[in-house]
Write a protein that binds this ligand. Structure first.
Ligand code: CA
Length: 254
């Protein structure tokens, strides 16, 4: 189903990218899904078009000729919460982290594929819709594959078997559950789970993600749910791509 069909009207995406072939690739891929696409080749033009066209989402290349991507995010965030998915080159982990901490919603590393692009855009649009609707659309349970988090009763199940988490592990897991599919930086996790006083305890997320994986993942070394975003943070998958029988989810419910 295209975004157009589901929303009843076209979702408008603005692509800010100076590289013409990548811009054409993005336009074709997005239009094919029913998105309405506008383009900008420079940061200045991009900001202008965000103001004049009020897009539903912005895809922003960090390497633009006239402006630093970080400055663009900062400027836009002064007056708009439009979701921003950044494009960056491999090896620019620091840039990604800075962009996310500056208010970007997610990122794609070049080269990227269409499914990845569409997944990032879907997640960012959904988060924006929830925010617009006045905050937490807080569903009482989260399920992906055979992982079930029952938020109402603070219980966690894997394949129908209850898993016991420490309070910190549970708080960490629910931080991911509230942001399914979205990359969360180390800094974001420290802030949310341990509080602003612990921002320098940079080993905490790694340590506690490892212990969560031991409890939730079949093979903690090859996680299926809690993925590492190298040099950036972690992401809880929202769609499980593995071969899980369709009715397994229902059977896994307590
Ligand atoms: Ca570029």
């Amino acid at each position: 189903m295209s975004a157009k069909e589901s929303a009843g009207m076209a979702t408008h995406v603005l692509v800010i990218e100076d590289d013409a072939p990548i811009r054409r690739f993005l336009q074709a891929a997005l239009e094919n899904q029913g998105y309405e696409v506008a383009e900008a080749e420079t940061g200045r033009q991009g900001i202008e078009r965000i103001l004049s066209r009020m897009p539903d989402l912005v895809v922003l290349d960090l390497g633009l000729p006239d402006m630093d991507g970080m400055d663009i995010i900062g400027r836009v965030r002064e007056w708009s919460q439009v979701p921003i998915v950044i494009l960056s080159a491999r090896g620019q982990e620091n840039d990604k982290v800075n962009a996310l901490n500056a208010g970007a919603d997610d990122y794609l590393t070049k080269p990227f594929g269409v499914p990845e692009l569409l997944a990032r855009i879907r997640v960012a649009l959904r988060h924006a819709a929830v925010l617009k609707a006045g905050g937490q659309e807080e569903s009482s349970r989260f399920q992906v594959g055979d992982l079930l988090v029952d938020l109402a009763n603070r219980r966690v199940f894997v394949g129908g078997r209850e898993v016991h988490l420490t309070p910190i592990e549970y708080r960490l897991l629910t931080t991911f559950v509230r942001n399914p599919g979205k990359v969360l930086t180390h800094r974001h996790l420290l802030q949310e789970v341990w509080g602003p006083g612990c921002l320098n305890q940079t080993h905490y997320p790694r340590m506690y993600v490892a212990s969560l994986r031991h409890k939730l993942e079949e093979d903690p070394a090859e996680p299926r749910y809690l993925l590492t975003e190298q040099g950036v943070g972690y992401r809880l998958v929202e769609e499980y791509g593995g071969e899980m029988p369709a009715d397994r989810g229902a059977a896994a419910s307590p």
